[in-house]
Design a protein around this ligand. Structure first.
Ligand SMILES: [Zn+2]
Length: 78
């Protein structure tokens, strides 16, 4: 049953990693835009961040949607 234990450990690690990333993305959803210099090189305004120089971190939108729905579910509890 070594294989199942290994699989379980791997799954737990992935889940923990996802949770950690969710917390990280929740508290710092923005990062510096990596595309500005690409657009600047061709003299265009950055379309990724629309000139704000900040882009959303991967998953930040989803994390906020989930926390929002969780909060809504909590407030609408019977
Ligand atoms: Zn940009």
């Amino acid at each position: 049953m070594q294989v199942i234990e290994t699989l379980f450990t791997a799954a737990a690690l992935v889940l923990l990693g996802a949770l950690g990333w969710a917390v990280f993305a929740y508290f710092s959803p923005y990062r510096e835009c990596r595309w500005c210099h690409v657009f600047a090189a061709v003299r265009l305004r950055c379309r990724r961040c629309k000139g704000t120089k900040l882009t959303r971190r991967l998953g930040a939108k989803q994390v906020h949607r989930v926390t929002l729905s969780l909060r809504q579910a909590w407030e609408e509890r019977p």
